[in-house]
Design a protein around this ligand. Structure first.
Ligand code: UD1
Ligand code: CA
Length: 458
């Protein structure tokens, strides 16, 4: 049967006390809405409609290209009203529609798939995903008679005996699409919040004699709805723990999982060791047998096999097999370290390729450069790539030896096996096998330093 998905993301999230729409707040480095969208892919829906409202422009901008169908709910009149707004896309469709909320980042794709399967197996017209809450405060309560669900009552409308119910509405449902839109037309805002509640659709189905089923969530953690920053932190902790657990079971050693921050879209090979105090974010990909030490932060980085990163910052950099960097290296976008290349302490590399076995051990800046294999950079080398307006490239061929303190004024080419003398300012190309010296001559003024205070204190 055709499947549709509706994701409600129009609310301001008043309790977040934020200028940012609630659903754009991040959990494990990805917006809550992006989590919900990505997890909903598991159900293979024909169409997904996202209801936006507060901060519509920024929410719309955040949508992935293949899931960018949205409607704008101008006034947030309630979850039922929000679904009504999708009628232009959905009201005339057959099939089933899942409704889920954009503030529930922990729901997994597996659960959503299971909910559809359960709904179909039960031959139900509506199925609500429920959970047993230790503290049900704030949730809609599931009211049953003789075991069968009869309605959902919101906290603010509940009687004392209804409040005592621990089975709650997680906020995820599957409906027969046509019956859903029929029932939505009949909603009334006659309740404590003056809102059109989606939850009232359940009672209306029961009254009309349509079969309503309920599937209980096995792991209640998944249903956490984030309404304030304290719940955001809880979601963060649970999501981190879940991600870290998956990596550990896949053969990754995390020395201190509690302080290891791994994003949802990160992959790590077996036998890699990640120390505590490490952040792996974005689409970072790490191969097997790597080692990343405390204080490292990798965003969109790619490490091949047996790479070592010591207390370094990587953004969009690629490190091939057996290369290493740090401590305190900064590898910026466009950096490629080929096999066995070595970048040491206080070295910054940007938009540059370092060939096999090339070494830059200390205090060096390599920007906009193409460097061959087995090149040696002495300490304090700088590629002078920027004249205030334009950037220029430096090319260094295989086996070149760049003396300490060289300044390579780009554009410039250093030939194969060439050498620049320490302290040189290189403004012209250096041919293959040549040695370039570009520095002022030293003059010694005898006796001139005598009697000058060189050192103060004891
Ligand atoms: C809702 C449910 C409650 C359930 C709980 C689970 C209703 C009436 N209540 O309550 O039964 O236990 O979720 O977390 O549905 N939204 C819109 N437009 C609106 C109103 C809300 O898009 O006009 C969106 C919000 O952005 C949010 C979601 O719907 O993502 C849920 O709204 P929220 O106000 O958080 O509902 P709860 O009070 O948590
Ligand atoms: Ca909520």
């Amino acid at each position: 049967m055709t499947r549709n998905v509706v994701i409600l993301a129009a609310g301001k999230g008043t309790r977040m006390k934020s200028d940012t729409p609630k659903v754009l707040h991040e959990v494990a480095g990805k917006s809550m809405l992006a989590h919900v969208i990505d997890n909903s892919r598991a159900v293979d829906a024909e169409r997904t409609v996202i209801v936006v409202g507060f901060g519509a422009d920024s929410v719309i901008n955040s949508l992935p290209e293949d899931m960018d169908t949205y409607v704008v709910q101008k006034e947030q009149l309630g979850t039922g009203h929000a679904v009504v707004e999708t009628r232009g896309f959905l009201a005339q469709q057959d099939g089933e529609t899942m409704v889920t909320y954009g503030d529930m980042p922990l729901i997994t794709g597996d659960t959503l798939k299971e909910l559809f399967a359960y709904h179909e197996a039960q031959d139900a017209k509506a199925t609500v995903l429920t959970g047993i809450a230790t503290n049900p405060h704030g949730y809609g309560r599931i009211i049953r008679e003789d075991g069968a669900v009869t309605k959902i009552v919101e906290e603010k409308d509940a009687t004392e005996s209804e409040k005592a119910v621990h089975e709650v509405n997680t906020g995820i449902y599957v409906f027969d699409n046509r019956l859903l839109f029929e029932a939505l037309e009949k909603l009334s805002p006659a309740n404590a919040q003056g809102e059109y509640y989606l939850t009232d659709v359940i009672e209306s189905f029961v009254k009309a004699g349509h079969r309503v089923a309920a599937m209980e969530l096995a792991n209640f953690d998944e249903s956490l709805g984030v309404n304030d920053r304290a719940q955001l932190a809880v979601a963060e902790r649970i999501m981190r723990a879940r991600i870290n657990h998956t990596h550990m079971l896949a053969g990754v050693t995390l020395i201190d999982p509690a302080t290891t921050y791994i994003g949802t879209d990160v992959t790590i090979g077996a036998d890699t060791v990640i120390e505590g105090g490490v952040t792996l974010a974005g689409h970072t990909t790490i191969g097997k047998h790597c080692h990343v030490t405390t204080g490292s932060r990798l965003v969109d980085a790619t490490l091949h096999t047996s790479v070592i990163v010591r207390a370094s910052t990587l953004e969009g950099a690629v490190m091939e097999a057996n290369s290493d960097c740090g401590p305190y290296a900064h590898l910026r976008p466009g950096t490629i370290l080929h096999e066995k290349a070595h970048v040491g302490n206080f070295v910054e590399v940007k938009n540059a390729t370092l060939g096999d076995g090339t070494k830059a051990g200390h205090l060096t800046y390599i920007g906009d450069a193409t460097v061959g294999k087995k090149v040696n950079f002495g300490a304090g080398t700088i590629t002078v790539n920027y004249d205030g307006e334009n950037k220029y490239r430096t090319e260094i061929d295989d086996f070149a030896f760049i003396g300490s303190g060289s300044r390579l004024i780009a554009p410039v080419v250093i030939g194969k096996n060439a050498l620049t003398a320490a302290g040189s300012t290189i403004t012209e190309d250096v041919p293959e096998d040549a040695m370039a010296i570009g520095r002022g001559r030293q003059v010694n003024k005898l006796g001139r330093a005598k009697g000058k205070p060189h050192y103060k204190g004891q």
